[in-house]
Structure formats: C-alpha cells, structure tokens
Ligand binder design. Structure first.
Ligand code: URA
Length: 219
C-alpha cells in the first residue's frame, strides 16, 4: 500500500507496508548492531525502491516466448542514474541496484557541518550532462534538508528531468525546506516514515540516531 502525501508541488510518498514498518522499527532500536542494521537497511531500501521506481521509464518491445510472439516491457535508454550521497547513502546502494541492476551509478560526497548544519560537497563522480535523465538519489536521513536540496539542485543543473530522493526517514523541517527551495521542480521523495521533528542537534526525533555511524559501527 502506498500512502501519498502531497506537500505543495513536491510529491512525498510515505510507504505504508507492514514489512517496512517492521524493518524500520528494528533499525530504530538502539540495541540493533551494525551488521543487522546494514542488512535491514538493504532490505528496507529494496522495498522503498519498488515504490520509488513506479514511474521508471519503459519502452514496449516485442519478445518471443517459447510459445508465441508477444508485447513486453523493457527499461528505456538511457538507463536511470542512481546517486548515493556518501557516506551513509552508500549503505543504500545495493538495495536500490538489486531492483535496477542495469542502472548507471554516480557518487556524491557531501558532509554536514555539525555546528552550522550546512552541507558542503567534497567529491562528485557522475556524468556532467544529465539531460533528460531519471535520477534516484540515496540518503538515509532527510533531516534539515540542506544536503538533499544541494544535491538535487546540482542534478537539476546538470539537466536531470526527474529526481526521486529515496530516504529511510524524513523530518517535517527537511520536507518543508525541500518544498520551499525546490518548488515547481520535478522532485519526489519516497520514505519509510515521516517523523516528528528535529532536535537541537539536527537529529531526527524519534529517528534512529546517526545512520552513518550505525551502518559502519563508528558510534
Ligand atoms: N543524520 C543522521 O544520521 N541522523 C539524523 O537523525 C539526522 C541526520
């Protein structure tokens, strides 16, 4: 089941499914260790990817089964581009490409200043020209929204015509910033939950803590 909440121009999809809720609850639990956290993130992203790719572009093709000729469907060229935002977005890449194995993969290294909460880019590895491309950007936490806004602006400036952010959790403050800064742009957010708020350190409440630390065991 897909619950769609429309916030102004931006489409926010909160995926409402018992398996998503179950896996997310275990991710939130502070007792969940890093190996389990990584595995559950991977599984959860695959479930989110199923919804996030609902509008992936396809072409009708003719295929021949062992019995007859029929009409089939194939992903269009150019294939979608998947962009994990380093570091934590890397933990979402396998879950996404499991459903889109032929996708091209780009990388964006961004870091949030923990005092100002502002995002800066330290690495970019993707085609300069994204004209007409569908892009899926991966970042587990839509918190203040600064990182995703900066990343999506860059993708749109390179010509992307359809950007979907796949996030595990979203905070209302981040959604509001995206709505303000990316109003009218072809942007969708797909998430497992819309949480209550941000705390004074910019962490999502109730959230799941620092996603990168929990994925990579650096807490
Ligand atoms: N980044 C995280 O990893 N967790 C939060 O709660 C907010 C930003």
């Amino acid at each position: 089941m897909l619950a769609a909440v429309i916030v102004g121009y931006m489409r926010l999809h909160v995926v409402d499914h018992p398996l998503v809720a179950h896996k997310l609850s275990t991710l939130r639990d502070e007792r969940t260790d890093s190996p389990t956290f990584r595995r559950l993130t991977d599984e959860l992203v695959t479930l989110l990817a199923y919804e996030a790719t609902r509008d992936v572009r396809t072409d009708e093709v003719e295929i021949t089964t062992p019995v007859a000729v029929t009409q089939g469907t194939r992903l269009s060229y150019p294939r979608p581009l998947v962009v994990p935002i380093l570091r934590a977005g890397l933990g979402m890449l396998d879950g996404m490409t499991r459903l889109l194995p032929t996708a091209e993969v780009g990388f964006l290294g961004m870091v949030r200043n923990e005092e100002t909460l502002e995002a800066s880019t330290y690495a970019t590895r993707m085609p300069d020209d994204l004209s007409g491309r569908q892009v899926y950007v991966l970042d587990p936490m839509l918190a203040t929204g600064g990182t995703l806004v900066a990343a999506i602006r860059m993708l749109l400036e390179r010509g992307a015509t359809d950007v979907t952010a796949v996030v595990l959790l979203a905070a209302p403050e981040g959604v509001a910033l995206m709505e303000k800064e990316l109003a009218g742009q072809p942007v969708t957010v797909v998430t497992a939950a819309l949480d209550q708020r941000l705390n004074e350190h910019g962490y999502i409440v109730p959230g799941l803590g620092d996603a990168g630390d929990r994925l990579y065991g650096t807490a």
